[in-house]
Design a protein around this ligand. Structure first.
Ligand SMILES: C[S@@+](CC[C@H](N)C(=O)[O-])C[C@H]1O[C@@H](n2cnc3c(N)ncnc32)[C@H](O)[C@@H]1O
Length: 222
């Protein structure tokens, strides 16, 4: 004990204030062009999110291999995104959308359903000098919004029900004429039969402890 009483998760905490006060703005190891508010052992993120099982896990607070490879891809091959209207689906802290904007996308929307993640996206976007339009509702439960040229999906195939909804949503995006790119290290519910590898990069993954970089893939979804 450090002499202070445990503070319960508090729905009244302002997420943006908490993130600025308790996380560190630092360069992403595999994508040093981008700085993100990053959790560290003293962040006490549970104060914002609730103890295990109480609230949504703070996935937005970490960099996942799927997002890192898409970000690397956009920055290394800006022609893949330049001048296009991009949707970053399952944006987390916004790494994919930020990379797209930095690489010259005409407009970027970041879709995220966690209110803490939404706050992080806003802070991370402005820390990197880009503007993202934030979509804070679950787009996978309805038709895709119009005006999207490219959908980028970083690490969103980690749960069965979610993967099913995302696949249906992406099918609708293809039908609308959008291109779809998926970044993923090989999660359990990846729809392999629909994916064609486009590029591979070695990046660390928070999912395996963020240890040594391992190959992760950018796929075209067809
Ligand atoms: C594993 S994280 C990946 C974050 C980021 N794309 C990356 O690769 O670093 C998945 C994120 O998707 C969000 N998410 C889950 N279901 C979603 C949905 N239906 N619409 C938008 N975001 C969703 C979660 O809240 C979480 O922040």
């Amino acid at each position: 004990m450090n002499g202070t009483a445990p503070v319960p998760a508090d729905a009244g905490i302002d997420p943006a204030r908490f993130i600025k006060a308790n996380m560190r703005l630092q360069a992403v190891p595999s994508v040093p062009e981008i700085r993100l508010y990053t959790a560290h052992p003293a962040s006490n993120l549970w104060r914002l999110t609730g103890k295990r099982g109480e609230g949504a896990p703070p996935y937005w607070a970490y960099v996942w291999a799927g997002g890192a490879v898409l970000a690397r891809h956009f920055l290394d091959r800006p022609q893949s995104v330049r001048g296009r209207r991009v949707l970053d689906l399952g944006a987390g802290g916004g790494i994919v959308g930020i990379a797209a904007a930095k690489a010259g996308a005409a407009a970027v929307a970041a879709a995220e359903i966690d209110r803490n993640g939404i706050a992080a996206i806003g802070l991370n976007a402005s820390a990197n000098g880009v503007t993202l339009e934030i979509r804070g509702r679950d787009l996978t439960r309805s038709e895709p919004p119009p005006g999207i040229d490219l959908v980028a999906v970083g690490d969103l195939f980690y749960a069965a029900g979610l993967a099913k909804r995302v696949t249906r949503f992406l099918d609708n995006c293809l039908a609308m004429g959008a291109e779809v790119l998926v970044g993923d290290p090989g999660r359990a519910f990846l729809p392999h039969a629909r994916l064609q590898p486009v590029a591979q990069y070695a990046v660390p993954d928070f999912g395996d402890g963020g240890a040594a970089p391992k190959p992760s893939t950018v796929f075209a979804y067809r």
